[in-house]
Design a protein around this ligand. Structure first.
Ligand SMILES: [Zn+2]
Length: 147
């Protein structure tokens, strides 16, 4: 059974531990505050637990002051399975593409980071394995446009 839980956005790392240990989640929605707990970071990394990060929501809810302060790049550096998403687009001011464009510009994410995020979005999704693998193949054969 696939389960997800909102945890670790405004709430502390303990909520993420509970989502993992009590709810046995397959994916954590948000999880940005997991960075406050190195043991939790290791657990998420080793378990390849996807984190659906929502940068615009994190700014609106004052988890970070601005997009430039967002820990997404650090999450990727730490090997966390982070993805970029929207959270209530009408309320937080943008759909998934807007969140990605905004955080990519604010953090000056390089092609490697963008490729990792794209790959993560497929490996974190609950689409079937055949569909997922088809998209991953397309991604690995695609060339990133550089200007
Ligand atoms: Zn939310």
């Amino acid at each position: 059974m696939l389960t997800v839980a909102h945890a670790g956005e405004e709430g502390p790392p303990e909520y993420v531990w509970e989502a993992l240990d009590l709810l046995k989640v397959s994916r954590v929605d948000h999880g940005v505050r997991s960075l406050e707990d190195p043991k939790l970071v290791a657990r998420l990394r080793d378990g390849k637990i996807p984190l659906t990060v929502c940068p615009f929501s994190n700014v609106k809810l004052r988890v970070v002051d601005t997009l430039r302060d967002h820990p997404l790049a650090r999450m990727l550096e730490l090997g966390l399975h982070a993805t970029v998403n929207s959270d209530d687009p009408a309320y937080f001011g943008g759909y998934a593409g807007d969140n990605l464009a905004g955080v990519a510009e604010a953090l000056q994410l390089d092609d490697n980071a963008l490729l990792t995020l794209a790959r993560n979005s497929f490996t974190a999704s609950f689409i079937g394995a055949a569909t997922r693998d088809r998209y991953l193949d397309l991604l690995s054969s695609a060339r990133l446009a550089t200007t």
